[in-house]
Design a protein around this ligand. Structure first.
Ligand SMILES: Cc1cc2nc3c(=O)[nH]c(=O)nc-3n(C[C@H](O)[C@H](O)[C@H](O)COP(=O)(O)OP(=O)(O)OC[C@H]3O[C@@H](n4cnc5c(N)ncnc54)[C@H](O)[C@@H]3O)c2cc1C
Length: 441
């Protein structure tokens, strides 16, 4: 039987969260589900940014591939994130340079620029209408120590990679840039970019379909079986026989055995997001007037940006158990009020959660499981740019190229000790970090 088209409304598995991105996104035709046996060079599991980039890279090199998606384009973190493609890692440049050495830090600097450039190139080459804009990103400090760290980063960038573009903003300048008075200073990089993440996922997928890449939705990979030089990936409706398998499901392992083995190398976490109704005319002009994106430097991070409908998206941590607890949306609402007292009573129009995969070193990793199965995961909250980079390089790794991702390779990327106890450990850590954040330490 040929591939069947499934209407989005018919299949609960296709449904996206009620986010501001679904409310403001452009609908695209539903994906077909796989209902037959297919043979191809490579099969990609997951149609988020990683999987779509891997598929695009393979197709540009003339390698046939099939993308299997359990749900729909961008249904995972890719379609529900903050859409912030930031030119920094979680760790400051000065820390990276002192802990990894100058050479690796310089290489990481090049890679993060390549990541945002890859995103931009995809948007331009494939003409994706997804609000991509180099609107700038602010890393915001709420205490003197954090401000000093950012200052050291500015110095490292200038002396080690001759990059004089990012600059410090004083507390007063921060008030002008954000409309909030809680910051002691910050670091502005105007080259960081914002994107409508769901539109990027959907349009990217549609562009690949138009180029002949087969993408199936509602088609979860349920098992991988080795068959000589081939590997067979089964889905509920069909199967794909391929030479290589690229696992790109990050923090959404599903039931696939290999994904569950990989998930033991990361700490899955739920993040929660709220988005307000359009801001009132008297308040709106003072809140992020230049359209910049903001992430603070607290251990339990908050980030925010304006949304296409004129509201404000505000994100932070969620529960460690993966449930959508109202407690975390209420916490976000009160953090929003602390950051912007003028928005304390604003209507919260959307709230949703999503999963991220944290790693112990705060870097994503890509590598191989044997010689036919490849993976990339562990972006934490920094995957909007990096998943484009790793998706592209993962495809190259599967084609036999060397893994040159510095700290983002599979070196030392092992199952986390005491991983079974991660829940109480992370709950204790969250308590500890909240305490530190409260007292600015
Ligand atoms: C709420 C939220 C906010 C975030 N904000 C930011 C931000 O502003 N900036 C930033 O840099 N990063 C952010 N991130 C992180 C970023 O979104 C992710 O790192 C990135 O999208 C990961 O992309 P991915 O393609 O690897 O995974 P995903 O987008 O999660 O895609 C994985 C896909 O695999 C599919 N899948 C799972 N199992 C199977 C299977 N067995 N068969 C077939 N398909 C399967 C899933 O359905 C899913 O669609 C955020 C994440 C969240 C959740």
């Amino acid at each position: 039987m040929a591939a069947m088209r499934v209407s989005e409304s018919d299949n609960p598995a296709f449904q996206h969260p009620q986010s501001v991105w679904t409310a403001t996104g452009t609908e695209v035709p539903a994906l077909p589900t796989l209902q037959r046996r297919v043979q191809t060079d490579a099969v990609i599991i997951g149609a988020g940014f990683t999987g779509l980039n891997a598929a695009w890279e393979l197709s540009q090199r003339g390698v046939s591939c099939v993308v299997l998606e359990a749900s729909d384009l961008g249904w995972g973190a890719s379609g529900r994130n903050g859409g912030m493609a930031v030119l920094r890692y979680k760790k400051p440049w000065s820390t990276l340079s002192s802990s990894l050495g100058e050479e690796k830090a310089r290489r990481l600097y090049k890679l993060i620029h390549e990541a945002v450039d890859t995103l931009e190139e995809n948007v331009q080459t494939l003409q994706l209408e997804c609000g991509f804009q180099r609107c700038g990103h602010i890393t915001a400090a709420t205490n003197a120590k954090a401000t000093q760290t950012l200052q050291k980063d500015i110095e490292w960038l200038s002396s080690s990679v001759q990059d004089n573009s990012p600059r410090m903003l004083s507390a007063d300048e921060m008030r002008e840039h954000t409309g909030s008075s809680i910051y002691t200073g910050s670091y502005l990089d105007k080259r960081s970019a914002g994107v409508h993440p769901l539109d990027y996922s959907r349009q990217f997928g549609q562009a690949l379909l138009a180029k002949g890449v087969e993408i199936y939705g509602g088609s979860a990979a349920t098992s991988l079986t080795s068959e000589g030089d081939w590997i067979r990936v089964d889905t509920p409706g069909g199967s794909v026989q391929a030479r290589k398998v690229l696992i790109c499901n990050n923090a959404y392992p599903g039931t696939l055995e290999q994904s569950n083995a990989l998930i033991r190398r990361v700490l899955p976490m739920t993040v929660a997001v709220i988005a307000t109704a359009p801001l009132p005319d008297d308040l709106s002009p003072a809140i992020l007037p230049n359209g910049e994106l903001v992430t603070d430097m607290r251990n339990l991070v908050n980030y925010y940006r304006r949304t296409p409908d004129g509201g404000l998206l505000f994100g932070g941590r969620g529960s460690f158990t993966g449930t959508d607890s109202p407690k975390f949306f209420n916490l976000l609402h009160s953090q929003l009020g602390e950051t912007f007292p003028q928005l304390r009573d604003i209507e919260i129009r959307h709230h949703w959660t999503g999963h991220i995969a944290m790693t112990l070193d705060h870097f994503p990793h890509m590598g191989a499981l044997g010689n036919k199965v490849f993976y990339a995961l562990g972006y934490g909250g920094r995957g909007v740019a990096l998943s484009n980079l790793l998706g592209k390089h993962l495809a190259r790794l599967a084609l036999g190229e060397k893994n040159e991702m510095v700290t983002m390779s599979d070196d030392h990327f092992e199952p986390i000790p005491l991983r079974g106890l991660h829940l109480p450990i992370m709950q204790t850590a969250a308590f500890y970090y909240r305490f530190r954040d409260k007292f600015g330490i």
